[in-house]
Design a protein around this ligand. Structure first.
Ligand code: SAJ
Length: 426
């Protein structure tokens, strides 16, 4: 199949890097997004999100004329859909049902420009069956074209699911180097999608069905979530038994078939804390371990808050002349993982904002990767590590940023430390 023009629908954390990488292979790429600001920014050769190397790539692609963004879909030979799949909103925020509205809207927006021979790929992380739903929405909008669910290998339009699996912070490298799971609705759909990915993927392209590809993505992130939950549960058990969990994990990991992950303040980001629920919501009675892992990881931030409250209590016993109002707490790290500036769905941010709202004394913040505190922390002050160490009574380590790993442990000798990452106390 020849792909002279590729359209990427949704220019966010996955769509924009993918569009830029395809454009860097000298293919004409049309990026579609509903966000006018994002479209304008990209057409100026700039980016609206943070990802290493992406700015250079987008700048070059736009300047050389290979990448152009617009809010209105245009004809292309292949369409890559990379739109969000959040939870359905409900007033109590208790729903964990996937919301496919964005996929439906994207399908309806590209349907009018589809033509015989086109390929449509769903990249968004999706519950099992979403690709088939997308195919239905396209077929409803274009009764003049045939689709794989009714016409199999003879269909006019090819449809596949190919989940993205790139790690934020390493997106450009992983987009090219990672293997891709390609789930076509038919064998010819898989073949067409493989040809598209071969334009820029150096990893292996492995074909399967659309449903297996959907489940593969959910499985990868659930595997990680369950394993992090195991580490988090161990940390709570060890705290109760007065054992260092960090030493324990180091020792257990010397076994040739044991590889325990690291405990932390909880699991953040848009993927690992979300995707397992897509399995639970479809098979609630069967997905017992996956559900429990989510609950263990979601409960960890409150456990850290409780530990900080205990530390404040300990400080007051040691300093009976003081009250809680006189105690300063410093939170080290707000990002959802080390060495990035991304605060979205960050357990560290949740803990910091809870401490800020509950603690009667001062709560100061250290986050070397940002220059301004987010809205939920505007009443706090952002300081550097040195100042925080000088001023704090209780030091709460929330993210294992490189900058914190290099801190001399002696500086904390007369402080109470709550170390959720094990870099100062391990
Ligand atoms: N974390 C721990 N302990 C660990 C490892 C991670 O507490 O031992 C925490 C991190 O601090 C962070 C969260 O887990 O809060 C998730 O971080 P991560 O680096 O494990 O993963 P993400 O969310 O940045 O990216 C994941 C990746 N999936 C897997 O590694 C299986 C990535 O490849 C996916 O493309 C991405 O989700 C996605 O988009 O789904």
């Amino acid at each position: 199949m020849e792909f002279n023009t590729v359209s990427v629908v949704g220019l966010g954390y996955i769509g924009l890097p993918t569009a830029a990488v395809i454009a860097s292979r000298k293919k004409k790429v049309i990026g579609i997004d509903v966000n006018q600001h994002a479209v304008e920014t990209i057409n100026e050769g700039r980016i609206h999100i943070v990802e290493p190397e992406l700015d250079m790539l987008v700048h070059a692609a736009v300047k050389e004329g290979y990448l152009r963004a617009t809010t209105t879909p245009e004809p292309a030979d292949a369409f890559l859909v990379a739109v969000p799949t959040p939870f359905k909103t409900n007033p109590e925020h208790t729903s964990h049902e996937p919301d496919l509205t964005y996929i439906k809207a994207a399908s309806q927006s590209i349907a009018p420009v589809l033509k015989k021979g086109d390929l449509v790929i769903l990249e968004s992380t999706s519950p099992v069956g979403a690709t088939e739903s997308m195919a239905e929405w396209l077929a409803e909008a274009r009764p003049d074209l045939t689709f794989p669910q009714t016409h199999g290998e003879e269909s006019d339009v090819r449809i596949a699911h190919c989940p993205e699996r790139v790690l934020p912070g390493h997106v450009i490298r992983e987009l090219v180097e990672n293997d891709r799971v390609i789930g076509g609705m038919t064998a010819k759909c898989s073949q067409a999608a493989t040809e598209l990915y071969k334009i820029f993927v150096e990893g292996e392209c492995i074909t399967t069905t659309a449903r297996t590809a959907e489940m593969a993505k959910l499985t990868e992130n659930s595997f990680r979530d369950v394993n992090i939950a195991f580490a988090n549960e161990l940390s709570i058990i060890c705290d109760k038994l007065d054992i260092s969990v960090w030493e324990l994990i180091r020792l257990a990991n010397r076994h040739p078939r044991v590889n325990i992950l690291q405990p932390g303040p909880g699991v953040g980001g848009h993927c690992i804390a979300v995707d397992p629920w897509f399995i639970v919501s479809e098979t609630p009675d069967e997905a017992r371990l996956i559900r429990t892992a989510r609950e263990v990881n979601d409960g960890k931030p409150q456990w850290v808050v409780d530990k900080v409250n205990e530390a404040v209590g300990k400080f007051l016993i040691e300093n009976p002349e003081k009250t809680a109002k006189d105690v300063t707490i410093a939170c080290f790290g707000l990002a959802f993982k080390p060495d990035i500036d991304d605060l979205r769905e960050s357990p560290a941010l949740g803990i910091a904002s809870k401490l800020l709202s509950q603690h009667p004394g001062e709560v100061i913040m250290v986050e070397p990767n940002i220059s301004k505190l987010p809205e939920c922390l505007t009443t706090a002050t952002l300081v550097d590590s040195k100042k925080a160490i000088e001023e704090t009574d209780v030091a709460v380590l929330l993210v294992d940023h490189k900058a914190f790993k290099n801190t001399n442990k002696d500086e904390f000798l007369n402080k109470i430390v709550v170390d959720s990452r094990g870099i100062w106390t391990a």
